[in-house]
Design a binder for this molecule. Structure first.
Ligand code: AMP
Length: 606
């Protein structure tokens, strides 16, 4: 094996809407941000497609966006999960993961120039990303040649970075740290307020010694610093129109330039009381003055949108503000004084801004990568012990599960009634969860030596001790047929349920002598199946003849910490079973990922 003797290296990547950051844990177990080739700790998530076929990513691409708007892609993260990017690039349609992969490739190659070969990464996503967007993110990583060790919610990453730092700071003595971590300390609650360039995300976590549990999460995929920029753009454009009777927003070159000036002005207003913006269009130039007060007035509704989400998520977590111990800020836009004032007003105390809002998510992802390695090592040891014991054969799925694509064509039988639904919850052990990793480096002996990555014994012990848990951001259910034949989404795992979880519900067959049952699995809150996203199908065929109407079908959803959903449907009398696993790693067909990866290898990314 060419890699023999080398421990695999995993980094944490914050793949932001407007900026990205990469971090790793150094030999002392400290998270460190890796600068890009231009020496900056963050890389703009902007891709410029050169007519030569080469690709430029980052600051240079952001600058060129003004001159070459048609060849430039910004905010591709907003379109992850869509089949194609919203406009053609040089006459070609591109899937968003292929564009995001260009960004990841640049991050990988710049980081490798600093720390040596990188094999894989934990990539972060907003907590409310649905299954499709998470899968698209994994596909992007694979196209860029990265093993995607895990997908981690951004707020969990941020809270993890804060919690990890607190553990490291509590003592210099390893035994003392372990004692602190293990001791039953009263839990506390943290709110992570993350206002980035294109997305807003707010999450409530319970931090209890070594356990981080997401209690509730909410967000807005279309709210971020760019919206604040846009208000300045409109303000300046209106002033220009008044004076010169020309609208710079009609000219996309002028518009891109104006957006860059607006962002600059916004950042100035974070530290100064007033600023000036220069706008040039149609041979005319105009200077517009803007005060912080005016800026805050013209964006008050945007800030209010974050406030109402924050209050909603506190409600969803079943908390009162008095029970929140700290508010952590993430994302460059939290540097705006209006945000800090809002947080102080609603919580009654200043937000904790002690870690860099641009780097904290990547740091948390790097810490999570290290934790996963330890967990997998633990699972591997257990597996080896188990391997010595004789195996009990697993029940076989009667039918290969259908893919979501096949749903449209499937002959869907109305099989479920809403009679007599019961819930039983049972939590699978952590061991099961860690075995179901997206990529399992534990299978690869070269990957496997986590302790060798860190000299610092103290950090190693802390990584071993911390566990994270999560919630599902969207409800998961099945399409059920009511007696009046109407279809309804019957939610099995409600949103904001702690993961891992396993829930069984009882349903009934719809007609006498029903011979098959089709369970359509959907993600979403609406009771109307059309308003939910179909994510898979599980079909039981060859039911025994003579089943009465209403015969029991148990449907079990087991959802693990990394977002993998196992679905099992069992007919109670015969035990006929069907199973399906909805694995995020299979979002984009593997052959498409392989093709995109080959194409990527021929492209020069700088
Ligand atoms: P992120 O997606 O977390 O990298 O957030 C980047 C966003 O933060 C962009 O909209 C930036 O304009 C914004 N930002 C960065 N620095 C500042 C600042 N000093 N004041 C206001 N906004 C900022």
């Amino acid at each position: 094996m060419s890699n023999a003797g080398r421990t695999k290296r995993y980094v944490g990547i914050d793949l932001g809407t407007t900026f990205c950051a990469v971090a790793y844990l150094d030999n002392h177990g400290q998270p460190v941000t890796i600068p890009n080739a231009e020496g900056s700790l963050v890389t703009p998530s902007v891709v410029l497609f050169e007519p030569t076929g080469d690709v430029v990513v980052g600051q240079e691409a952001k600058r060129s966006a003004v001159i070459e708007p048609d060849l430039t892609v910004e905010c591709v993260k907003r379109e992850m999960g869509e089949r194609w990017y919203s406009r053609q690039i040089m006459g070609r349609q591109l899937p968003p993961p292929a564009i995001a992969a260009m960004i990841l490739r640049k991050l990988k190659q710049d980081s490798e120039a600093k720390i040596g070969p990188i094999d894989g990464a934990v990539i972060t996503v907003p907590a409310y990303f649905d299954e499709g967007r998470r899968q698209a993110t994994i596909a992007a990583g694979q196209i860029a040649g990265l093993e995607v060790l895990d997908i981690l919610n951004e707020p969990t990453a941020a809270a993890l970075a804060y919690a990890y730092r607190d553990f490291l700071h509590k003592s210099d003595d390893v035994n003392e740290i372990i004692r602190l971590v293990d001791e039953t300390v009263p839990g506390h609650h943290a709110v992570v307020y993350d206002l980035g360039g294109g997305t807003f995300d707010v999450t409530v976590l319970r931090i209890e010694g070594k356990d981080l549990t997401v209690l509730a999460t909410d967000g807005d995929v279309r709210l971020g610093g760019k919206d604040w920029d846009e208000r300045i753009v409109n303000y300046v454009a209106e002033a220009f129109k008044q004076k010169h009777n020309q609208d710079p927003r009609q000219d996309k070159h002028a518009m891109q330039g104006l957006f860059a000036s607006a962002e600059e002005a916004k950042k100035n207003l974070s530290v100064r009381a007033k600023t000036r913006i220069v706008c040039t269009h149609a041979g005319q130039t105009m200077t517009v003055d803007l005060t912080r007060e005016q800026f805050e007035q013209m964006t008050a509704d945007l800030l209010y949108r974050t406030e109402s989400r924050v209050n909603r998520v506190i409600d969803a977590a079943g908390l009162k503000w008095g029970q929140v111990d700290q508010v952590l800020t993430v994302g460059g836009s939290t540097r705006m004084p209006q945000v800090l004032e809002l947080l102080k007003r609603v919580t009654g105390r200043p937000a904790n801004t002690s870690l860099s809002p641009d780097e904290v998510v990547a740091h948390g992802a790097a810490i999570h990568a290290a934790i996963r390695l330890f967990q997998m090592h633990h699972a591997q040891t257990k597996r080896q012990t188990k391997a010595a014991k004789p195996k009990t054969p697993k029940p076989k799925a009667v039918e290969e599960p259908l893919t979501p694509r096949a749903i449209d064509q499937a002959d869907v039988l109305p099989m479920l009634t809403d009679e007599d639904l019961t819930d039983t919850g049972a939590e699978p052990s952590m061991e099961t969860t860690v075995q179901d990793a997206v990529v399992d480096p534990a299978q690869d002996p070269v990957a496997w030596n986590p302790s060798a990555q860190f000299d610092d014994k103290e950090a190693t012990q802390v990584l071993r001790a911390i566990t994270t848990s999560n919630v599902n951001a969207h409800s998961l259910g099945v399409v059920m047929t009511r007696p009046d034949k109407s279809k309804v989404n019957s939610i099995i795992i409600p949103r904001n349920t702690s993961l891992p979880t396993s829930v069984t519900k009882r349903y009934g067959t719809v007609v006498p002598n029903q011979t098959s049952v089709t369970v359509i699995i959907v993600e979403g809150e609406s009771t109307k199946p059309d308003e939910c996203i179909p994510i898979g199908v599980c079909q039981i065929k060859q039911l025994p003849w003579g089943l009465r109407k209403g015969s029991t079908i148990y449907v079990t959803f087991s959802y693990d910490n990394s977002g993998r959903l196992d679905v099992k449907a069992v007919e109670a009398t015969s035990g006929t079973t069907a199973q399906a696993t909805i694995d995020r790693a299979n979002a984009m067909p593997q052959e498409d990922i392989a093709k995109a990866r080959q194409a990527m290898a021929r492209i020069k990314v700088a």
